[in-house]
Design a protein around this ligand. Structure first.
Ligand code: PEP
Ligand code: MN
Length: 263
């Protein structure tokens, strides 16, 4: 059902006033994890000044170590919702447990399925049974074919509002946190009718690569780019090395917007 052969025209996923897949570049920005109201509010206000309305933030965090910050859970979703409503923005947040889905629907506009859960078929089915858009991330070591089948699990339940997210894959290369598979973007656009977003933060794990990889993503036809922004990355409770601070975010957006105009 996600195949371009079944449906030649692009699927457009509408979130608030933005239509992902309409041919323009969209931006999904926000902190790695929700830490406090003030933290989210600061990022949201900076985003709003840049004309952005799609805010990401993790409340349930899938941390590699069980001893790392696990997120604020439902309280985090409440903070995101409050700030988003105050600023006129949409909330994109990861749900880890199928049992949290129903209550999460009251707070999120887009359900994020993280890389570690791309193969969690029960979670995919539960997301597919909702009427909210789903941002599905490619698994850490998933082939493009496996990624497309994961999206198929969602659409098979009746939900075709799916955004595919390339977030880097595991390879032998250690210069970046993961290896951004840039060719996945045109392949996914060719094989499926779904919009594609590139997460430049988790794929590179390097602030100095956010700008060039964002340009590459837009140049190869990505419908949106995701990156992490934190008011004070040095004290962030997760991904402190790769989140942009507000000044870096503004410089990044100014350059990316100019670039998007000429592509
Ligand atoms: C995230 O976007 O918050 C995240 C945890 O990313 P990933 O699932 O791609 O590792
Ligand atoms: Mn992160």
């Amino acid at each position: 059902l996600v195949s371009r052969k079944k449906k030649p025209e692009d699927t457009i996923v509408s979130i608030l006033n933005e239509n992902i897949g309409d041919g323009n570049a969209h931006f999904i920005m926000g902190p790695c994890a929700v830490e406090s109201y003030e933290q989210v509010k600061t990022v949201a206000q900076a985003m709003k000044k840049q004309g952005l309305t799609l805010m990401r933030g993790g409340a349930f965090k899938p941390r590699t170590s069980p001893y790392d910050f696990q997120g604020l859970g439902l309280d985090g979703l409440k903070i995101l919702r409050q700030v988003a409503d105050e600023e006129g923005m949409a909330v994109i947040s990861e749900i880890l447990d199928p049992n949290d889905m129903e209550v999460a629907l009251d707070y999120v506009d887009v359900i994020q399925i993280g890389a570690r859960n791309m193969h969690n078929f029960e979670l995919l089915k539960v997301a597919g049974a909702t009427n909210k858009p789903v941002l599905l991330k490619r698994g850490l070591s998933a082939t493009i074919e496996e990624f497309i089948y994961a999206a198929e699990y969602i659409i098979a339940q009746g939900n075709d509002q799916i955004i595919l997210c390339e977030r880097g894959i595991r390879t032998y290369e250690r210069a970046t946190r993961n290896t951004l598979d840039i060719s996945a973007v045109p392949i996914l656009k060719k094989e499926t009718h779904l919009p594609v977003v590139v997460d430049v933060t988790h794929s590179t794990g390097r602030k100095d690569l956010l700008l060039p990889t964002t340009k590459a993503a837009i140049a190869v036809g990505a419908d949106a780019v995701m990156a992490e922004v934190h008011p004070d990355p040095a004290v962030a409770l997760s991904d402190s090395a790769q989140q942009m601070d507000i000044a870096e975010f503004n410089a990044y957006m100014d350059e990316v917007k100019e670039f998007a105009k000429v592509v």
